[in-house]
Design a protein around this ligand. Sequence first.
Ligand code: ZN
Length: 454
Amino acid sequence: MKLLRARLLSPATRGGLQDLPDGLLALDEEGRIADVGPAMDLLQRFAGHPVEDLRPWCLLPGLVDLHTHLPQHEAVAMDGQELLPWLETFIFPAEARFAEVEVARAAAARFFQALLRSGTTLAVVYSTVHEAATEAAFQEAQRCGIRLVMGKVMMDQHAPEALRETPALSLDASARLCEAWHGCDGGRLAYAFTPRFAPSCSRELMRGAADRAERYGAYLQTHLSENLQELDWVRELFPEAESYTDVYRRMGLLGPRTLLAHGIHLGRQERDLLRETGAHLAHCPRSNAFLASGIMPLRRWMEEGLSVGLGTDVGAGPSLSMWAEAAFACMASKLRWAERRNLAAHLRKRSEAPGCGDVVALIDPEAEAPLTPAEAFRLATLGGAKALGLEDRIGSLEVGKEADLVGVDPQVVDPLPERAPESAERLLSRLLYRERPGMVKRTWVRGKVCWKAP
Ligand SMILES: [Zn+2]
């Protein structure tokens, strides 16, 4: 039995936060949480076992990044374009370099270290179209101990020749990788069939991906409704479909193991489809701001019962920090709310204008209440775990769960480091908004230390 003493802070399964200012976490030999509670109680129960006293650190459940791109890690911050030209100008050339397997292997090692260093214990990742590069990346993940869901990107149209495959080759390579890695090491590594997005995939490729994912019980991931030009293009390419989401429904891609990045511009029927099929959204607000795609109506989507987690979407997102992503999710929702409130107030002042009341009702700022740091933290942990069907295994500090943990020193982000311990909400707010290098001290996956501050 391994005993860790620290402040313990976690989302509670039934809602709200669980905060133990002087807590003890008991980990068994398999890296599961055997007990959790106030140190004063548990120290007696486990008398005789050595205790590692980590105070004043705070232990939280490891962060879950629901959407990011390995080959784009070294092509971040390429500003100046919206989605489609940005892909052509910066991203496809960066991905083409992964044809060389040793380039891919070295990049994967750096990428996983950067994730662990920022407290992310589980990432859902797009590799490139290259089978060998994806294989090398899985080998690196196996070695470094991170929890990973990853897939080889699938593209058979509207992509540069170097990145374009035939449907048969793409499906066969994906199936081989899935057979080798899905469920590996007790489920620590998993496979996601990864058709990039509707414009770069033929109907045959998308149907084949859905079929293989079902056959292997693997995940499926793709992008949905990010940018208005992209929406126009999808409408042109798939005139038979009623909406972007309906394209994926027709291809059999929607289900409880499906992860869809973005989902900003969704009509009511599309949201109904997502709820009915149990598909999940990865909200990536920094990427959406960077590519000027828009601000997802996160509060509405959550109130309507859509399943949402958070993703960094590197390289449109500037870093792999889920702290910064969660903080930006709060700020983006505040901006959305404030803009709508300001516009409604402006229109009300001119209420003599015909139809003004209708417009104000449509804007409805009250339906867009800003996200709180505690809610953002829940999305970044338990929300991601739920989207992957892993909420019984990870996402919070509860007995029986696997110990994926991040240890942070809250004094590093406090302008008054000697201040008395604060409420859980205040502490979380500071950790998200003021995240900085040196804050994360240690990262554990399944009870094993995978990264340690030098
Ligand atoms: Zn993406």
